[in-house]
Design a protein. Structure first.
Length: 252
């Protein structure tokens, strides 16, 4: 008997069709004007929202428009170790002294992104751990931004989007961080929690300098502020071509 052969058929589906299918299958009922425009497919990309510079109030908009979005929690707290000392934790616990006793609260910092130019950072606080995590993830989706990537290292010049196109700095409180472009293969030479942020946005090689970085929460917000400067800085078209700058656009 002749052996039966099977042939795989690959069909390319446009991204707009995938978004349309996700909208039709979702049971989300928008409550804002932007949400209704996304539901009616007047807006099909995050870049349209960011260009309008309008405040997002519904996290479901990001779930639909950003493909392959991921989330993670950063270690911003400290718990008691087994033999004394402290151990890094994702929960930042605080207590309020009252006549009825101690009333604890838990805080968390979440990051969301797709490792292709989009990143968001959010903080949530609640009396229990899971509501704090949900609040932080929702806040991160509402604070999402798109950044430029490129190759600004003088010793590389590969015109690929593995690093940042130019040096930027961010500040929050007394904490300050400076991000410097690096050549391919350097890796993320930066503090551990900031490394998670840069990896989530799709940056693979970078140098960094930090100042007054004892407060972990301020350092995280300073890193996020530095990434914002990549999109706020005006760049000419010739400069973009020379450095291979790429933004977080999904529908080019």
């Amino acid at each position: 008997m002749a052996e039966e052969t099977t042939q795989e058929i690959v069909v390319e589906v446009p991204e707009g069709v995938v978004i349309k299918k996700e909208i039709e299958e979702s049971s989300w009922k928008p409550k804002t004007e932007l949400g209704r425009k996304v539901k009616s497919q007047e807006i099909i990309s995050v870049e349209q929202l960011l260009q309008q510079d309008k405040k997002l109030l519904e996290a479901e908009i990001i779930d639909i428009l950003v493909k392959d979005i991921q989330s993670d929690l950063l270690n911003v707290g400290q718990s008691k170790g087994k033999f004394g000392g402290g151990k890094r934790s994702i929960w930042r616990q605080t207590q309020k002294k009252t006549c009825e006793g101690n009333k604890p609260k838990f805080g968390a910092v979440a990051i969301v992104g797709n490792k292709d130019g989009y990143i968001g950072v959010g903080h949530g606080k609640s009396k229990e751990t899971m509501p704090a995590r949900e609040k932080a993830t929702r806040a991160a989706k509402l604070n999402i931004i798109s950044i430029r990537r490129g190759c600004g290292a003088w010793d590389c010049n590969c015109k690929q989007h593995h690093s940042i196109p130019f040096r930027v700095e961010g500040k929050c409180g007394a904490a300050k961080i400076i991000l410097i472009p690096a050549a391919r293969g350097t890796g993320l030479c930066v503090e551990k929690e900031c490394r998670k942020i840069l990896d989530m946005v799709g940056i693979k090689d970078v140098y960094a300098k930090t100042f007054n970085s004892k407060t972990k929460l301020n350092l995280i917000y300073a890193c996020f502020a530095a990434l914002k400067q990549l999109s706020k800085t005006k760049v000419q078209e010739d400069f973009k071509k020379n450095l291979g700058i790429k933004t977080g656009k999904q529908h080019e």
